[in-house]
Write a protein that binds this ligand. Sequence first.
Ligand SMILES: Cc1cc2nc3c(=O)[nH]c(=O)nc-3n(C[C@H](O)[C@H](O)[C@H](O)COP(=O)(O)O)c2cc1C
Length: 199
Amino acid sequence: MDFTERTEPFALFNEWLSEAEASEPNDPNAVALASVDPSGMPNVRMVLLKGHDERGFVFYTNFESTKGHELLASMKAAMGFHWKSLRRQIRIRGPLERVSDEEADAYYNSRHPQSRLGAWASDQSRPLTSRQELVDKLRAAEEKYGNENIPRPPHWSGLRIIPETIEFWKDGEFRLHDRIVFSRDSSSETGWSTQRLNP
Ligand SMILES: Cc1cc2nc3c(=O)[nH]c(=O)nc-3n(C[C@H](O)[C@H](O)[C@H](O)COP(=O)(O)O)c2cc1C
């Protein structure tokens, strides 16, 4: 079945991400994440998708970073995947929720000890005088916490985009691309309505 005939987005997302995992040179889960600042000025940066299921799409970050402040103020976000190897794009928009402490702990504890210490060492997005300052802060965190049982910083956690729309785009010849957008629709059997869009 052609993807534009699908009636439910999550299985299709899983299939496209699996194909990207097989074909991308690195980081198939890298995704552009958009926020807005309080003046309405957009902002965007890459993050790694670290969880996805029918509840939504999860990434982790420092809640005191620029993105942390912007996202927690609006509790809304958009994300865009682009897989060059597949010539495909997926766009997701919706409100945010914080992941539970248990979920954040489970992911944090799965990370390499140096990455866990890095979450303590980096005041993400704030000015840094020198690389050495960061190295010194990493050493200080290592002395304080050792290399095991490093607690998750209270300002480091995950956010989940609860999708209201998910759009799938596939490159077509002569720019005649295929696009299909899924929108939440409680009156539909699948919970989603679909609409094909002009490329
Ligand atoms: C491929 C890639 C993946 C990244 N993944 C993350 C991530 O999962 N979480 C994160 O906080 N920053 C990640 N970063 C760094 C962000 O792009 C960004 O530089 C940083 O989070 C600060 O953004 P901010 O100042 O808007 O808060 C990643 C960068 C790249 C290029």
